[in-house]
Design a protein around this ligand. Structure first.
Ligand code: KG4
Ligand code: ZN
Length: 365
């Protein structure tokens, strides 16, 4: 199947074209083209994503991003862009079997822009291809399934059969979510826990703001943390010892706020490193506990925070100790992108899952 995927749930306008094949036991994907227009410069002055600015930027960027995926002529792309495409010829448009668009969760004004664009395109392309499908896709399933883009693990460099990965423990960590799942197969999972307040990525963004670092804060904290001591300051590890698999990040953020208020001369690098250590410690220890409880064969990490090198390192070390495999998407597929939406869309087709093509801001995984 040739799949065109569209993602506009937050602050990235992304479109991808991929080829998908294989059934539920061994789905395979080839990325033909992928373009991501980041809106970071537009939101940066506000220190976070502003929904109406996101909507305006998506509306402006969607047609440009679409043309770029097909390597079409484009004039002014004055946005930061991540673009890889091997498509030479627009004839491939006639071969598209499905358009997959994120319908939730996310910011509803932003989701509607992608949905509107997908519907218009669907009407247009359906004239030539009456069998064309329009598939509503869950953004979180996009993150979850992004491990399918590589089955090579950090502690095993060869391709492994998918059945050998389950049961797995999946940790989805982004700007909006912190979720731990027990995954029994590619079609069956159970939520073990999630954050009760802020998401872990959100806490990176807020602490970065307190330290005077630009948005998004995750990469900035990671960079500054390299120069500081992870154990210089003893920040709390909220909910580390609770028996459940839930998380909480708002108390940690407040501790950093009070620490900065009371220690005006502190080294910012120590604050960044000690905050990062506290934030990741809870993720890693709860993931490890779930691995033991459910005798999991692998750990699947995804979401924007999965780009954090220290988190990847810690999970890699712990999975080595526990004898599990550790899979995380290649670097381009951690933060929001449309390739993962194409993957999740294909899985929805295989699972015969039909969703309403309307924005569903609070959609669950
Ligand atoms: O998945 P994503 O692109 O968007 C959402 O669905 O939320 O995740 C974005 C989040 C932001 O909070 C950003 O600060 C965080 O991922 N992030 C990181 C890193 N890179 C991105 N957090 C920690 N370390 C990083 N290297
Ligand atoms: Zn995301």
């Amino acid at each position: 199947m040739v799949i065109l995927a569209i993602e506009t749930s937050c602050d990235e306008t992304a479109i991808a074209l991929l080829e998908a094949r294989g059934g539920l036991s061994a789905p395979r994907f080839d990325v033909l083209g992928s373009t991501i227009a980041s809106q970071i410069p537009a939101h940066r002055p506000f220190g976070g994503v502003v929904p109406n600015i996101a909507k305006r930027e998506h509306l402006k960027n969607l047609p440009i991003v679409y043309r770029q995926v097909f390597n079409d002529q484009f004039s002014n792309s004055n946005f930061q862009i991540n673009h890889k495409s091997q498509i030479q010829n627009k004839d491939i448009l006639k071969k598209i079997d499905a358009i997959c668009v994120t319908v939730g969760p996310g910011l509803e004004p932003a989701l509607w822009t992608g949905i509107g664009f997908a519907k218009d395109l669907y009407k247009e392309l359906k004239k030539e291809n009456p069998k064309l499908k329009l598939i509503g896709t869950n953004h979180l399933e996009g993150h979850l399934y992004s491990f399918l883009l590589t089955q090579k693990t950090e502690n095993n460099k060869t391709q492994i059969p998918i059945s050998k990965l389950f049961p797995a423990i999946a940790l989805i960590v982004s700007g909006g979510h912190t979720i731990l799942l027990r995954v029994d197969s590619l079609v069956k999972w159970k939520k073990l826990g999630e954050t009760k307040d802020d998401a872990v990525g959100e806490s990176f963004d807020k602490v970065a703001k307190m330290l005077g670092l630009p948005y998004p804060g995750g990469p900035e904290i990671q960079k500054l943390a390299k120069k500081g001591g992870p154990h210089a300051i003893d920040f709390p590890r909220p909910m580390l010892h609770t028996k459940d698999y839930n998380f909480s990040y708002s108390g940690l953020k407040t501790s950093v706020l009070y620490y900065l208020r009371d220690h005006k001369k502190t080294r910012k690098a120590d604050v960044a490193a000690s905050f990062q250590e506290a934030a990741l410690d809870v993720l890693v220890k709860k993931t490890a506990r779930a691995v033991k409880e459910f005798d999991a064969k692998s750990i699947l990490l995804s979401g924007g925070v999965a780009a954090n090198e220290e988190l990847r390192h810690k999970l890699s070390v712990i999975s080595h100790k526990l004898g599990t495999r550790f899979l995380a998407p290649p670097m381009d597929f951690n933060t929001d992108n449309a390739v993962m939406i194409g993957v999740a869309g294909y899985m929805s087709i295989l699972r015969k899952k039909n969703r309403r093509i309307v924005a569903q801001g609070n959609m669950e995984i």
